[in-house]
Design a binder for this molecule. Structure first.
Ligand code: 8YV
Length: 321
């Protein structure tokens, strides 16, 4: 049997591309001089797509791939993939959950501490030779604080477990109360924001959560409030956040994700009480290798008739072949 045809929309890490080349007939759209013509030519043969979390996979693309069976995506978030449309067409979508949860949770805690205690700013104070002229200003604290988690999924829970060791109170908001955790549940995001000092955003992106951290939520967080976002920039109304930081109606923000990556508003960089990271939550050699391996395993497993390893909720695997 000929090797199944797999399409790559954008380059992926070398280990993934090498493994895909070894197991499949790999076609690359990113190196095509005329991607649309190339898609018209090979589209009907393509049975699998390998994508990173930033390449949109929408209905228009799926229509050009009539024999598509599976989309294997690099990353846990898949808000750029129309998974419902995939489900309607009988196309499986897979992501890379679990293998990155601890890595992202570690980074989230690092970002939280860096923002509260202004660690990057203190480093700059020293490097720029300002210490002899005066001590670094005193900072905010985690002592006696409550941290609210928006989205108590796999990564949210890994963050909460780490926070338990920091001696802070923990609360959360999500679609439903989770009976097996000891943290305080708030049925609305606004109620959570009112009850906490720090808000950690870990919920999935997509139309349902777009802009939910809005001016009212930021206002409820209050002047001592700190926002941390390691999820997707789309959850936060970035203009409202900039306005709140500029007016001092919240204290600070630590952001690993932005509305229009890799572009970050100059107004955010200009603010003293922000810590800004270039979307590095899962970005260690170890974890990116594990994610890449899972992208390949999903395709290999599917085309050997064993089903997908980690299908998303919208395209559950029912055991058919
Ligand atoms: C991405 C992420 O994988 O997993 C996610 O949802 O946001 C990251 O880990 C990364 O952006 C890949 O480029």
């Amino acid at each position: 049997m000929p090797a199944p045809d797999i399409l790559l929309l954008r380059p992926m890490q070398a280990s993934v591309m090498e493994a895909l080349e070894a197991a499949f007939a790999l076609h690359r759209l990113d190196t095509a001089t005329d991607p649309s013509a190339r898609l018209a030519e090979i589209g009907p043969r393509i049975r699998g797509l390998a994508v990173n979390a930033h390449a949109p996979v929408d209905r228009a693309l799926m229509e050009r791939l009539p024999n598509l069976e599976i989309v294997s995506s690099f990353g846990v978030g898949y808000d750029t993939i129309d998974a419902r449309e995939a489900g309607r067409r009988g196309v499986i979508v897979t992501n890379t959950p679990d293998v990155l949860s601890d890595e992202v949770a570690d980074l989230a805690l690092g970002l939280l501490l860096a923002t509260v205690r202004q660690i990057p700013q203190a480093d700059r104070h020293l490097r720029e030779g300002r210490w002899p002229q005066g001590s670094f200003p005193l900072t905010a604290t985690l002592r006696g604080r409550t941290v609210g988690i928006l989205g108590l999924g796999r990564i949210g829970r890994a963050i909460a477990r780490r926070l338990e060791g920091f001696g802070v109170a923990i609360a959360y908001h999500g679609r439903r109360r989770q009976e097996d955790v000891p943290y305080a549940y708030h049925p609305t995001l606004l109620a959570l924001a009112r009850a906490v000092h720090l808000l950690m955003v870990v919920a999935p992106g997509g139309p349902e959560t777009s802009g939910i951290v809005d001016a009212a939520v930021l206002d409820a967080l209050g002047p001592d409030g700190i926002l941390i976002n390691v999820a997707r920039g789309s959850l936060v109304d970035e203009a409202a956040l900039i306005a709140a930081l500029q007016a001092g109606t919240i204290h600070g923000a630590g952001l690993d994700v932005f509305a229009n990556e890799p572009h970050v508003p100059e107004a955010l960089s200009a603010l003293g009480h922000t810590v800004l990271l270039p979307h590095v939550g899962s970005g260690s050699v170890h974890t990116r290798a594990a994610m890449g391996q899972l992208v390949v395993e999903n395709l290999v497993s599917w085309f050997s008739g064993k089903g997908p390893v980690t299908p998303v909720a919208e395209t559950p695997w029912s055991g058919r072949t």
